[in-house]
Design a protein around this ligand. Structure first.
Ligand SMILES: C[S@@+](CC[C@H](N)C(=O)[O-])C[C@H]1O[C@@H](n2cnc3c(N)ncnc32)[C@H](O)[C@@H]1O
Ligand SMILES: [Zn+2]
Length: 290
């Protein structure tokens, strides 16, 4: 619940601590933010651009697909990576671009002393995340702006197929905290790419990850997670509709293409789970609001 994680929240406008009062959160400077009746906080600045937010339909597809367990080995690898490295018996795990909260909920199941904060720009995703786990709070925010999280307050940051703001990850991590990132390899969903016209994972993905994180973080370990999952047409529709390709292909065209596939379809999932720590001696931590 939100009340479990208010102690790590900061005002997205001025960086001051947020505290809860009735159905709102506020800071000492007088900035106030609603808590939606669905249980998540709305911490988006008024001028935010929400065009990249997952829609209700994308969120429903994501909920159905992940809930069926097709990416369970990925969740296990994320949980292992956090459990191995997080150290202290308590703290907050912050998932940036958390979607429905599927991965964070599993991490929390394995860390009974920890709380979780799901952040995403999609209110539909945060509706689900707000009830994904009893120790999880959820807030709508923009990952490209100052995160609404106090400096040095996160035991771990998760970043799974989602926007990657390295400066902010560094700022919110406590000393010794870890960043766990999940990125797809070129083989991810490869059997569906041609027939459905899905977006390809760009060849330079690994290099881009290094470029984004390399100046602030060093990689501690990296694990490949790969397997084959058997999908019905309905599953294929869900996985194609929950990701970035949903922005580029209309639903009717997608359904025609899916109906031409054999059923069931064997589909590869292939991701890299990376564990990172802030580089030793890096004192470039910006202050909140900068
Ligand atoms: C591919 S989904 C991954 C969701 C989740 N991590 C998962 O793997 O199930 C990308 C997520 O990033 C969110 N997102 C897109 N732009 C964002 C932004 N500027 N700030 C925060 N979240 C954003 C979307 O709403 C979506 O939930
Ligand atoms: Zn404020």
């Amino acid at each position: 619940m939100l009340s479990d994680i208010v102690e790590v929240l900061a005002c997205p406008l001025c960086g001051a601590d947020l505290t809860a009062a009735d159905d709102a959160l506020g800071c000492l400077a007088g900035h106030s933010f609603d808590i939606a009746r669905h249980g998540y906080a709305s911490l988006l600045p008024g001028d935010a651009h929400t065009g990249t937010a997952d829609t209700q339909a994308m969120t429903d597809s994501r909920g159905a697909f992940l809930g069926a367990g097709h990416f369970a080995p990925v969740a296990e690898a994320v949980t292992d990576a956090v459990s191995r490295t997080v150290g202290e018996a308590s703290g907050c795990v912050v998932d940036v671009g958390a979607g429905t909260g599927y991965y964070l909920a599993q991490v929390l199941d394995h860390l009974p002393g920890h709380t979780g904060l799901a952040l995403d720009i999609s209110k539909f995703a945060m509706r689900r995340a707000a009830r994904a786990h009893p120790r999880m709070g959820a807030a709508v925010c923009d990952a490209w702006r100052t995160l609404p999280v106090r400096s040095g307050s996160a035991a771990a940051v998760l970043n799974i197929f989602a926007p990657r703001n390295a400066a902010e990850f560094q700022r919110i991590l406590r000393p010794g905290g870890v960043l766990i990132s999940v990125t797809p390899t070129a083989k991810h969903l490869q059997e569906l790419i041609e027939p459905l016209g899905l977006l390809r994972v760009d060849e330079d993905k690994a290099q881009r990850l290094e470029d984004q994180l390399g100046s602030r973080f060093e990689r501690v370990s990296s694990t490949g997670v790969e397997g084959v999952t058997t999908l019905s047409h309905e599953d294929v529709s869900a996985v194609a509709s929950m990701g970035p390709s949903a922005w580029h292909t209309d639903g009717a065209t997608l359904q025609v293409r899916i109906s031409a596939l054999e059923e069931p379809v064997e589909v590869t999932f292939s991701v890299t789970v990376g564990t990172y720590k802030v580089k030793a001696g890096d004192d470039s931590t910006p202050t909140a609001g900068s």
